[in-house]
Design a protein around this ligand. Structure first.
Ligand code: FES
Length: 204
C-alpha cells in the first residue's frame, strides 16, 4: 500500500484531512493525500523521490520507506503543534457530520473565509446530540469537534458559557495562528443556540 495512504485516520466519520491545507507540497497529487503541513525539506525530498522513481533510480520499497518517514515527520509536527489531546482528536474525529432535523442549527463564516456549522438536538431542554461540519483547517475540525462535545447535556443557560476561551482550554493547545478557529466554533455554537431559542419562542 502506498505509504501516504496511511495518513487516513483510523475512524472516518469525518476525515480531518479533508480540511487541512497542504504546506509547501503543492502539486495536485500530494494535495489529494491531504498532507497537513510539510517543511520545505520534506517537500523537496518528496519531489526528488518522485523524480528518482520516475527515472528508475528509486525502487518502490525505498519510496515506501521514504513516505513512511515523511508520514512520521508530519505526525510529529502535528503532535507538537496540536498537543496530545488535539492530535488524538485529529486522528480520531468525533461528532462530525450533518444532522437531520436539528432543533438548533448555526452556520458561521469566519474572517478567514472558512465556514462551520453546528447542529444541536435537545431533550428536556438539554442537548442530547451534537455535530459539526466545517470546510476549514485541521484546527477548525478539532475545535468544532470539541465544541460539539462541550454542548452535550447542557441547557441553554449553560451553553452560553461556551466561549472561545472555553473551547481552547478544552483542546489544551492550538497553534497561535489557528486560535481563531476555536472562536469560530464557539460562535457557531452560540448561533445554534440562538436558532433553538427562536424556534422555542415561535412554538409558543
Ligand atoms: Fe479558518 Fe481555521 S483557518 S477556521
Amino acid at each position: 500500500m502506498h505509504g501516504l495512504r496511511k495518513l487516513q485516520p483510523e475512524q472516518t466519520d469525518v476525515s480531518p484531512f479533508r480540511h487541512v491545507r497542504p504546506g509547501k507540497i503543492s502539486n495536485t497529487r500530494t494535495r489529494g493525500y491531504g498532507l497537513l503541513r510539510c517543511s520545505t525539506r520534506t517537500g523537496i525530498g518528496l519531489c526528488r523521490s518522485r523524480n528518482l522513481l520516475w527515472k528508475g533510480v528509486l525502487t518502490m520499497n525505498k519510496l515506501d520507506a521514504f513516505l513512511d518517514n515523511l508520514q512520521n515527520e508530519i505526525f510529529e509536527e502535528a503532535r507538537q503543534a496540536l498537543g496530545e489531546k488535539g492530535f488524538h482528536r485529529w486522528r480520531n474525529p468525533k461528532f462530525g457530520g450533518r444532522m437531520e432535523n436539528p432543533d438548533g442549527h448555526g452556520r458561521v463564516t469566519g474572517e478567514c473565509g472558512d465556514t462551520m456549522e453546528i447542529f444541536l438536538k435537545f431533550e428536556d431542554n438539554r442537548v442530547s446530540h451534537a455535530s459539526y461540519v466545517t470546510n476549514g483547517c485541521a484546527s477548525s475540525a478539532i475545535s468544532g469537534s470539541f465544541a460539539a462535545e462541550l454542548t452535550l447535556g447542557k441547557d441553554p443557560d449553560e451553553l452560553t458559557d461556551i466561549t472561545d476561551e472555553k473551547v481552547l482550554e478544552t483542546i489544551g493547545r492550538l497553534p497561535e495562528k489557528d486560535q481563531h478557529c476555536a472562536g469560530l466554533a464557539a460562535r457557531t455554537v452560540q448561533e445554534a443556540l440562538n436558532d433553538y431559542m427562536i424556534r422555542q419562542r415561535d412554538c409558543k
